[in-house]
Every structure is written in C-alpha cells, then in structure tokens.
Design a binder for this molecule. Structure first.
Ligand SMILES: CC(=O)N[C@H]1[C@@H](OP(=O)(O)O)O[C@H](CO)[C@@H](O)[C@@H]1O
Ligand SMILES: [Mg+2]
Length: 564
C-alpha cells in the first residue's frame, strides 16, 4: 500500500479549513459542497475495512430525507449492516485529520485493527439522485483505487438495495444474486407467490398510490413494476420529473407534519404511502370520508407484520421465539397492544436502526421498526431452513401457511429496512387478510403525541439511560419530568440529544381524551418543568380535538422551549 500516493492524491480532495464532521447515526451528512474530502477518505476507509473483514464493503452516497443541496455517505458492513461502532470512530478520525496527518492516521487504524496490507479489497458503491451524487461517488472511487482496492459501481440505487447487494456478495450466493435483476426477481417472485393465495380478486383494493419524495425510489419502482404488475397496481407521485427532492413530500415530511405530501391526489379511503429520499423508510396513510387524514406509521406496520407472522406460526403449529423491537418514540398504544393483546415480547433500544437491527438478531424472528417507518423482519438462518423444509413437507392448511411464511421470508430485505420490500410485504398481507386500510388503522388508537426539536447551545449536556427514556444529566431534569408526567393518564415524556442534527428532541404523549359523550372538544395538557436550579425548562402543550366515536384526532402544533 502506497501511503505516499494517498498523500499526493488527497491534495486533490482538500479538506476545508477547520471543518470537523462526525460519523453520526447515519454516516456523514452536510451541505454537499463540504463533502468531497469526506468521500475520498471514506473510499480509503472502505478499503481498510474490506481488507480487515476479508469481505465486500458498501459505500452509499446519499443524505436520505435531507434537502437536495445536502449529501452524505455511509459505509455498509459485510452482512449488509451499518458500520461497526469502533469503525465509526475511525471514520470520524480520518475525516477530521489534517492533510499531512493522513498517512499517520491510516497507519494507526491499520495497526489497531490488524489490517493485512497484502489482503485484497473490494468495495461496492451506490448513489441516490441528488445532483451532487455523481461527482461525490467519483471521489469515493478515487479513494478506493488509490489504495489499490477493486470496486463495482452500481450507480443509482436505493440505500437498501446497496445493503442487499453487500449481503448477497458476502453470503456466497445464499441470500440471492447481487444484481438489480436478482433483487427484483427475488422480491417479485415472493410477492406473486404470496398474493396468488389471496381470495380478493385483483380489484381496486390491489392498488396503491406512492409518493416517492422526488427521489431514487421512483426510478427503482418503475424499473421493478413490470415484475409484479399483475398482482398490484402502483401509481407513482412525486417521481422526480418536476419537484425537488424531499420538498414538502416524502415519508419524513408526512410523519413529522402529520399531513399528506404535496402533489398527491388522495381520494377518500384510498391507500397511499410515502418513501423517503433514499427509499429506506415508508409510512402509509389515507383520508376518511370526512376528510380527516390518518397516518399509519412504523408502529402500526410492525403490528400488522408481527400479527401476520404469529398467525402463520400458530397455523403451522411452530412455537418460535418472536420479538418486536421499538424505540422510545413508539406510540404507547402500540407497545400495549403488542404486549397485552398480541402477547408478543417488546424490547426498546436506542434510536438508530443499527441498535434495533442488532436486538432483532437475538430472536428466531425479530421484527423491528422505528415509528418513522424504518424497519424490517429478520429470520435466523435455522428458521429459514426449517420453514422452507416445512413448506415442502406439510400438507393442507399447515402446508399453505408454511408456503406463505417461506415466501414472506424472501419478500423481506433482511439486510436493512427497505421501503419497496416493506410496501410489497404490507400489500401482500392486506390482500391475504382481506383488510382495508381503515381496518388496519383501527387495530389500536394512537395516543395523541408531539415531537419537537429544540435548538440549544450544547446538546451534550443531556445524557440518557434506559434506551434513552430517562435523562441522567442535567441533574434534576428526570425528577422534574417524573413529577409532571405522573399527573396525567398514560403520560410519557423524554428528551434526548439528536444523533443526526444539532438539536435536542422532546417527545410527549398522553391519553388526553375528552368526555366523549359531548363529542368534539378541545383538550390540552401542558408539561412545564423547571429544575431546582432553574436553568432548565421544557414546556410542551398538546392540544387535541378528539371525536372519540370515530377514533380520530387532530393535533395542533405544540409549543415547546428548552433552555440549557
Ligand atoms: C426521532 C427520529 O425520527 N430520529 C431519527 C433520526 O435520529 P436522531 O438521532 O433522532 O436525529 O435520524 C436517524 C437516521 O436517519 C433515524 O434512524 C432516527 O429514527
Ligand atoms: Mg432514508
């Protein structure tokens, strides 16, 4: 390995003076103008990680739901997972190194991680549709080649598709073919197999409107549509031909504003969904006959999926160890429904899919979703083999259930949450169960909730424990939250520093139903806390207009402020 060549080449990818970026929950993200040196350096790091793991490593150029002028990059580990935490630290170190220190930092990483310089390296690269992505992915390639690594550039891909390719390449073909055709064929074959068994007759229930956030999801859905066109009619909106990426549309917009995206024609009771900018998140929604908007988020997706899987296991007569993994942002109603009605164990991890993914790997079947719509289901290798064997051996109803389970295993992208794959899973389950979107929504009623961002001088003064549900510092904060929350029924609130933005997130939910015999009414509850030292104050106001009879809520913006 020629570190001198690296030094020379890195001069073409100069680091802006004083710029320090950190590898966060989802890699590096910032304005695209500041990212050229980061891309080059992540190309270098991917080569080292590939040599160390003796596996293919992925590098994805995207900034997901961030605005079009931003970009970002993240590395994908051998099993299609997010980069290991120790390597996140190396990424931050390498990204922050001054030009002249690059050889020293690279050597230090190699020594610490026992990287064999002679080992071959292979890196696969993907990018989203941002105008800056093409040039930035060339900088990644520059980094890979200067260290002697080999690469394959997949060009335009969704983030989960690149995770899938990495997983396929490192599973020796067991997981599937590492090509876009391989991906489309595997998913659509499973979808067609599944929906063949649905009793409803390919009518309008088998159509879905998709808001693609003006991103890569549109391109990739178009590419795939003809594979499953007989089973599902997909109408695309915000397909990138006119609007700007993630602007007033996409899963993040819909979830955080709790309203439909611009550019989507919604008729009442039609099933609609939104992808985010790199198609690794999905949320569903519809408008009822009274014009009320109903959001069906990741929590309800997890509930639909886990209840379907549980029913199939019962039918087959297999008692496998299944768990659902959520974060603190999961609506309390979903957790209660899963635990108390469905009797499925629920676990809470820190925010960020890598935490949920790792927890889900502990089960025979692990279903994980963040409330914002990022998630999938994981099946242990032993379970996969067993179910596929049972699908061959069993007869009648048991055999039918085993075949369905075998197909749905293939329909999930087990490398990571994938909007396309999740959409097909959901559409298949709804068709098989004969459920309308309203019936799905009515499984449980979300507790009214609010989430807001607060800008503070230094978000690190807040530290948390217990899967981020309790604050450790500043002193007195948690006690004050406890005092406040215990005044309200089913109330829960927490604060945590964001891992992706320079802000603190505040979340609160409560059962603020009004006396329903009187119909529509305003209700508000205010959480207002000040610590003993008086230097920390949060005020959250939730106002809901609830018409309990139809189980619908409209929340109006809450106000909140927090001073540190
Ligand atoms: C409350 C929330 O939605 N947080 C998001 C957000 O993380 P923060 O650490 O909260 O900024 O971005 C992550 C990466 O995209 C995503 O995994 C996570 O769910
Ligand atoms: Mg995303």
């Amino acid at each position: 390995m020629d570190l001198e060549a690296v030094s020379k080449r890195s001069a073409f990818h100069a680091k802006p003076q004083g710029l320090i970026l950190q590898y966060g929950t989802a890699g590096f993200r910032t304005n695209a103008q500041h990212l050229d040196h980061i891309m080059f350096r992540m190309g270098l790091l991917a080569v080292l990680r590939s040599k160390q793991t003796k596996s293919t490593i992925g590098v994805m150029v995207t900034a997901s739901h961030n605005p079009e002028e931003d970009n970002g990059v993240k590395l994908i580990d051998p099993l299609g997972e997010m980069l290991a935490p120790t390597w996140e630290e190396h990424a931050t170190c390498l990204a922050s190194a001054e030009e002249q220190d690059m050889p020293r930092v690279l050597t230090a990483i190699m020594e610490k991680e026992a990287v064999d310089p002679q080992q071959a390296a292979f890196v696969v690269i993907g990018k989203d549709t941002r105008p800056s992505s093409e040039k930035l992915s060339q900088s990644v390639i520059d980094g890979v080649t200067v260290l002697g690594g080999q690469f394959h550039d997949y060009g335009l891909l969704t983030t989960p598709q690149l995770h899938y390719m990495v997983y396929c390449r490192n599973s020796g073909g067991r997981y599937g073919k590492a090509t876009i055709e391989g991906y489309c064929q595997k998913l659509s074959k499973a979808f067609v197999e599944l929906t063949k068994q649905a009793s409803c007759s390919g009518d309008e229930n088998r159509s879905v409107k998709v808001d693609c956030a003006n991103g890569i999801g549109a391109l990739k859905l178009k590419e795939m549509e003809h594979y499953f066109s007989q089973g599902l009619l997909v109408q695309l909106f915000n397909d990138g031909t006119e609007g700007r990426l993630n602007h007033l549309c996409g899963a993040d917009f819909v979830k955080s504003h709790q309203k439909p995206p611009q550019g989507m024609e919604m008729k009442s009771d039609e099933r609609c969904c939104s992808f985010d900018g790199d198609a690794d998140r999905i949320v569903y929604y519809y408008r009822d006959a009274d014009g009320h908007f109903h959001l069906i988020d990741g929590d309800k997706i997890a509930t639909l999926i886990s209840s379907f899987l549980k029913d199939l296991l019962l039918e087959i007569g297999e008692s496998l160890n299944m768990g659902v993994v959520q974060t603190a942002y999961a609506n309390g109603s979903s957790t209660r429904y899963l635990e108390e009605v469905m009797k499925v164990p629920v676990y809470c991890t820190k925010t960020g899919v890598k935490h949920l993914h790792h927890k889900a790997q502990e089960f025979d079947i692990g279903v994980y979703f963040e409330a914002n719509g990022h998630g999938t289901a994981l099946f242990s290798e032993a379970v996969e083999v067993k179910i596929k064997r049972l699908a061959q051996e069993l007869q009648d109803e048991k055999g039918k259930a085993a075949k369905m389970l075998a197909s749905i295993i293939d329909l999930f992208n087990q490398a990571t949450g994938d909007a396309i794959s999740d959409m097909l899973v959901i559409e298949a389950i709804l068709a098989l169960k004969g459920l309308t979107v309203q019936q799905w929504d009515a499984i449980y009623v979300d507790l009214p909730n609010r989430q807001l961002k607060v800008k503070v001088a230094d978000r690190r003064v807040i530290s948390t424990t217990n899967a981020e549900r309790q604050a450790l510092t500043p002193p007195g904060l948690q006690e004050a939250i406890n005092d406040l929350v215990k005044k309200y029924k089913l109330a829960r609130a927490f604060v945590r520093p964001s891992g992706t933005e320079d802000i603190v997130r505040v979340y609160a939910e409560a059962d603020s139903q009004v006396s329903w015999e009187q119909g529509r009414r305003n209700h508000s509850c205010v959480w207002n806390l000040t610590t003993a030292k008086g230097f920390f104050k949060i005020e959250i106001k939730i106002e809901c207009t609830g018409t309990y009879i139809v189980n619908s809520y409209q929340t109006v913006p809450c106000c909140g402020f927090l001073r540190v």
